[in-house]
Design a protein around this ligand. Structure first.
Ligand code: BES
Ligand code: MN
Ligand code: MN
Length: 462
């Protein structure tokens, strides 16, 4: 049987080229203009699974974008790993800030990736990380190294809330039955400091609309006498945080699971340089909730952020106007204990209650999902930890992430299994930003590490 390192060395150019082809298809799920491209990407993923040795590969139709399913069942008595990933990507905007076109992948060296990184939308989130699993499977099936059963479920709506997957999972529990769920859609601390993600934040995403007068008005004739929806909206938003950067929505923190001093001390042991953090972002200071460190603020604490705000005149030059309407998109990152639908309701009630009588407010919930934490005393985590030790030579650090993959909580609820988050991206890979990239080293290291997870998970299941 061939060793995984040798197999990768022999096939790495093809592995990279195949990923590049996949990255050329602009599978932007948020924008209907890319509808056909998203569907074509599902087909490409299907082909790749077939070529990697999967059986029963199918495009499963849903009310939205399809889910690509495939499996390799070698013995029903052996454990089953369910791999999840997503083939959709975020919009490339603002495109003018990309150094090379988002859907024309190029490999360039960077300080952090001296061996080169693939620059393209989706390179890290999540096509590159998803494809590591396809190539790891190819290695295992073609060299007789697959130690257990495997199922793949790759969706096309993760970046827009996974609505169709939430529809699909409860209807296909039998088909999706598994012993552990394996996902690479997160990151690690650094290439020499691997970490396993043990928590994700939940999310509540809402849009607010503030309406003042029934039409745009001359700001001289009416200014000072009627409510300006933009002034009002920005005041209302400002009032959502107090001077300690606590969120002021009544009841918002009621169910937050606080960590013990010991747990926080344990977290603080993860290597972190505040100076490097600030330098990487070109900021002179950090900002956040009083009483918590930067790493706590972005993982174990809930937050509220305006993601976009608009209204009135934003074109060339000046126009004197009081707009009739102002809008904002607001996200709240939630932590275990907080229920996203309850938080959405609390937000709505509070936001409506603080609006002065001079305006009307409409709060429209978008999507959301629950947070997730996984304990580290299960065989899934242990198998992952041993796999990293094998290929990185060090024990990975458990770390809670600030990002969200809302479907993970639903997997646990519906399929009753734990999810192991083996992410190989770096924070500096610029996911969702211009110039997203994924280190070639990270890509190949992922392919190398994944088969060990299967091996150790199978051994520890005995
Ligand atoms: N892969 C990310 C989530 C992520 C990235 C988690 C890095 C941890 C570390 C995922 O594709 C994503 O972007 N999720 C969205 C939520 C979704 C409902 C749009 C997010 O976190 O904003
Ligand atoms: Mn992702
Ligand atoms: Mn994403």
């Amino acid at each position: 049987m061939q060793n995984v390192k040798e197999y990768i060395a022999q096939h790495k150019d093809r592995f990279i080229n195949e990923l590049i082809e996949l990255l050329k298809i602009p599978s932007v799920s948020a924008d209907p203009a890319y509808n056909q491209d998203v569907l074509n990407t599902a087909d490409a993923v299907k082909d790749s699974l077939e070529k990697a040795g999967c059986d029963n590969v199918e495009i499963c139709e849903t009310p939205g974008y399809p889910i690509v399913y495939g499996e390799k069942i070698i013995d029903p008595n052996l454990p089953t790993v369910l791999v999840y990933g997503h083939y959709d990507v975020q919009p490339a905007d603002p495109i003018e800030l990309w150094d090379s076109p988002a859907f024309e992948p190029v490999i360039k060296k960077t300080d952090i990736h001296p061996e080169g990184a693939i620059f393209a939308r989706g390179a890290c989130d999540d096509k590159g990380q998803m494809y590591m699993h396809v190539k790891a499977l190819e290695y295992m099936t073609s060299t007789g190294n697959l130690p257990c059963n495997v199922k793949f479920m790759i969706e096309g709506e993760e970046e827009v809330g996974s609505e169709s997957l939430a529809w699909f999972v409860p209807r296909n529990k039998e088909k999706l039955a598994n012993d552990v769920i394996l996902i690479s859609d997160t990151g690690m601390i650094a290439n020499d400091i691997p970490s396993i993600t043990t928590g994700l934040r939940g999310l509540s995403y809402v849009e607010v609309e503030v309406t003042g007068p029934n039409r745009d008005l001359h700001s001289g004739l009416y200014g000072g006498a009627v409510a300006n929806p933009i002034n009002i909206l920005t005041n209302m938003i400002a009032s959502l945080h107090d001077e300690n950067n606590h969120i002021t929505i009544p009841g918002f923190y009621d169910k937050v699971e606080e960590l013990s001093r010991e747990e926080r001390d344990e977290m603080a042991k993860a290597p972190f340089s505040l100076q490097e953090y600030k330098d990487a972002l070109d900021i002179d200071d950090v900002h956040g909730e009083a009483g918590y460190t930067t790493n706590e603020r972005n993982s174990i604490r809930p937050t509220l952020d305006v993601n976009g705000i608009w209204g009135g005149y934003t074109g060339e030059g000046a126009k004197t106007v009081i707009a009739s309407k102002a809008y904002a998109k607001i996200s709240m990152r939630l932590v275990p204990g907080q229920d996203w639908e309850e938080i959405t309701e609390l937000f709505k009630k509070h936001f409506e209650s603080i609006a002065p009588k001079s305006v009307k407010v409409v709060v429209t919930p978008h999507h959301g999902g629950q947070g997730y934490v996984t304990p580290i005393d299960n065989i899934g985590y242990q198998a992952a930890s041993k796999a990293y030790q094998e290929t990185f030579g060090v024990t990975p650090i458990p770390q809670r992430s600030g990002g969200s993959i809302p479907i993970v909580a639903l997997f646990e609820q519906e399929l009753k299994s734990k999810t192991i988050l083996m992410g190989f991206g770096l924070n500096s890979d610029a996911i969702h930003s211009p110039n997203e990239h994924f280190g070639v080293w990270n890509y190949l290291k992922g392919i190398e590490t994944i088969p060990y997870f299967y091996q150790y998970f199978t051994e520890l299941s005995k």
